[in-house]
Design a protein. Structure first.
Length: 235
């Protein structure tokens, strides 16, 4: 981790403020003054600010009911991000686990723990993600079967398949996927001649979106819930 990132997270400062502390010779690493913001901080290093030891915050795990109109990013100069919705003293340490499109709503996880995040996002981990889609046209059985067998997305060579597809009344369908390709669900329905009008993520692994959370609200995960994302929801 870069020194400015470490200081920013430990002192709950912006990256720019952390860099100012570093340039002002307020920060030492293992007893040595360091003035370069990009200096890597070794594991187990003792970092001090004006002779006081500073430490990174503990692991944080949150669920957010992402509303439409905000982007899944940590910062953006012109658009609201999901971090703008989180009121927590260590919000700047968080990052989204994967991403939802700007107009997609539903379950989004955030954390400052990189290994946990990677286990959820890495395709080889096969963590299922469940989406409820409102379509321009009702889904027919032929298209549903095609989605289960696999479709070729524009610009890609390998087929992408839904692990399950549920045809629902009206113009709705529930789709489960394991990957997280760019606009994947929308592109999959487009490949069978349909169009997604609204998209909502309901579940990741065995963890469902808390029904008491309104759009834009968040809460910390329980210890059990941090493991539930890796559970088989069919068991």
């Amino acid at each position: 981790m870069r020194l400015d990132q470490f200081v920013s997270q430990a002192l709950t400062l912006s990256r720019k403020q952390a860099q100012q502390f570093i340039r002002a010779k307020c920060i030492t690493v293992n007893g040595q003054i360091v003035t370069q913001a990009s200096t890597p901080v070794p594991d187990q290093a003792q970092v001090c600010c004006e002779d006081e030891i500073i430490r990174l915050p503990g692991a944080l795990y949150l669920m957010l009911h992402k509303p439409s109109g905000v982007i899944s990013a940590t910062e953006d100069p012109s658009q609201r991000t999901v971090l703008d919705l989180i009121q927590h003293p260590h919000v700047q340490t968080l990052h989204p686990v994967g991403r939802l499109d700007k107009d997609t709503t539903g379950l989004l996880l955030l954390t400052n723990e990189g290994q946990w995040s990677h286990r959820i996002s890495a395709p080889r981990q096969q963590v299922p993600k469940v989406y409820l889609a409102k379509l321009a046209e009702p889904l027919n059985r032929v298209a549903a079967k095609q989605l289960e067998l696999g479709v070729r997305l524009h610009g890609e060579t390998q087929l992408v398949a839904a692990s399950s597809i549920e045809m629902l009344p009206e113009h709705y369908a529930r789709l489960t996927i394991h990957e997280g390709k760019y606009h994947q669900v929308k592109r999959m329905f487009a490949a069978v001649g349909n169009r997604v009008e609204q998209l909502h993520r309901e579940r990741i692994g065995g963890l469902s979106l808390d029904p008491t959370l309104m759009a834009g609200e968040w809460r910390l995960l329980t210890e059990l819930e941090t493991q539930l994302v890796f559970a088989d929801p069919s068991v």
